[in-house]
Design a protein around this ligand. Structure first.
Ligand code: GLU
Length: 476
């Protein structure tokens, strides 16, 4: 059997939103599930969109996510070059081969003529399609035009009758009427190929066996298949992926500031969490388990379980998945992904590393991504804690609360050595002396010192606040 090969084929725009990354993940999983190769191909035929450093950015993003390329522009294999702008002579050769075979033709129509055709189609309220004007030029006419320096493109000669169909792994049987297939441009007058042509030539020459890509190409794939037929090449397996939409139901885009992997990463999301979440966007495993490492995904990934419906990027679900991975981190790693955010938000210069590590560790089960710690720990950095709303209501809900707090304050004041153990003892002594227990013991203390009804371990919270601050808050 042929070795399975998939490719990730981005345009080098220097940006990868979560939808782009999900395509890469699916392509990687399809390859690796079958012990195959995962290839990076840079589709830079639209030179205007090209961004300096974009290729390194793609390598870095994919590497962070554990998706390493077996071949690509920076680690070429036997099928290079892997950047389309370096393959122009290849496209040129194959386009001319199609002309020789009668499967494509030179078209000298000017932009002005095409404009008129478009205008006419608009007036008649029909979809524009090139009218095949140059389809039947004679060899002599063509030669003369070329001699005269007229610019030309090469167009694919489409059948005008019958139907074309193919089987997509996700969307099933796709059928189109040939008469709607335009004689599409394969090679532009500047010598660059269109996506429509380059993707076929490259997928064939790079021995790609499984083409997984966004479903915007679902209905144009019959045109690509006609090219495969014209060359006599074997077609790949097609796996068109449902779209990933933003929370507003709109297409993701850089312009809308939609979630890019790097933004998430910089906010302290973990690549393993993001990858795990993205896999669940439009794909589901058998069974109810949703937390998987990349290695587990390689074992179980089956593209037949990809859904046809668009998936909505849901940050709450991402947070839920990411939190699983945060809980498993070492304190060192947790420190690394939270400390830059604390540094930015608060003045932490006078805090010892030990204090910061202790603080971060008690929030491990409370944060779902690194930056989230900033809002959770404000009670340690801001003095103006407010007791209002339901918190205040609780404080007024039982007449025993003020005296419990008084006893607790005295216990705290009498602590000689400020340790978590001694704070635990102070709480226990308060319990014994006042008879308050459970919610009526812990909640008033927590509220008084933190302004909150919920939070991490109370003794640790009190310890980290420091004796002076705690006493001050208890007197307030
Ligand atoms: N360059 C194309 C895109 O970014 C790739 C499509 C494909 O995977 O064939 O949409």
């Amino acid at each position: 059997m042929k070795k399975v090969r998939t490719r990730y084929a981005p345009s080098p725009t220097g940006f990868m939103h979560v939808g782009n990354l999900r395509s890469a993940i699916f392509e990687y999983l399809i390859a690796k599930h079958n012990d195959g190769d995962f290839i990076l191909r840079i589709e830079d035929t639209d030179q205007a969109r090209k961004v300096e450093g974009a290729v390194e950015f793609i390598y870095e993003t994919c590497h962070l996510c554990g998706l390493d390329f077996d071949e690509g522009p920076n680690n070429p294999g036997a099928y290079g070059p892997y950047t389309q702008s370096e393959r122009l002579d290849i496209y040129n050769k194959y386009a001319h081969e199609l002309v020789e075979k009668g499967e494509a033709y030179y078209c000298f129509c000017t932009e002005k003529r095409l404009e008129e055709l478009r205008y006419q189609a608009e007036l008649e309220k029909r979809a524009f399609q090139y009218d095949g004007y140059c389809k039947n030029l004679t060899k002599e006419q063509i030669e003369e035009k070329i001699r005269n320096g007229e610019k030309y493109v090469i167009r694919q000669r489409m059948p005008k009758e019958g139907i074309s169909s193919y089987e997509d792994v996700v969307f099933g049987k796709i059928v189109v009427e040939n008469k709607i297939l335009e004689d599409q441009i394969l090679l532009k007058s500047d010598g660059f190929p269109t996506y429509n042509f380059a993707n076929v030539v490259d997928d064939h020459l790079m021995a790609i066996t499984h083409v997984a890509r966004g479903n915007e190409y679902l209905m144009s794939t019959p045109k690509y298949n006609l090219l495969y037929d014209a060359f006599g090449w074997e077609k790949p397996v097609y796996i068109h992926l449902p779209m990933v939409l933003g929370e507003d139901g709109q297409k993701l885009s850089k312009r809308n500031g939609d979630a890019s992997f790097m933004d998430l990463y910089n906010d302290g999301y973990l690549p393993e969490g993001v990858v795990n979440y993205l896999v669940l966007l439009g794909w589901s495993p058998e069974g109810n388990e949703e937390i998987f490492t990349l290695d587990e995904l390689i074992k179980i990934f089956d593209p037949k379980r990809i859904s046809k419906s668009p998936a909505i990027f849901d940050i709450k679900k991402l947070n839920w998945v990411n939190a699983h991975y945060i809980k498993k981190l070492s304190i060192d790693k947790l420190y690394d992904i939270t400390i830059p955010h604390l540094q930015k938000a608060y003045n932490i210069e006078n805090k010892s590393e030990e204090w910061l590590r202790h603080l971060i560790s008690i929030y491990q089960n409370h944060v779902s991504y690194g930056k989230e710690i900033v809002s959770l720990v404000s009670l340690f950095f801001n003095d103006d804690i407010k007791i209002e709303g339901e918190v205040k209501e609780f404080m007024e809900s039982d007449s025993s609360i003020p005296s419990t707090l008084n006893v607790f304050r005295e216990e705290i004041e009498s602590i000689a050595l400020w340790t978590v153990d001694n704070i635990v003892t102070a709480i226990n002594n308060t319990k014994e002396k006042t008879g308050a227990k459970g919610k009526l013991l812990y909640m008033p203390i927590r509220i008084k010192v933190s302004g909150q009804m919920h939070g991490p371990e109370l003794p640790d919270t009190i310890y980290l606040l420091g004796k002076e601050t705690v006493i001050k808050r208890l007197y307030n």
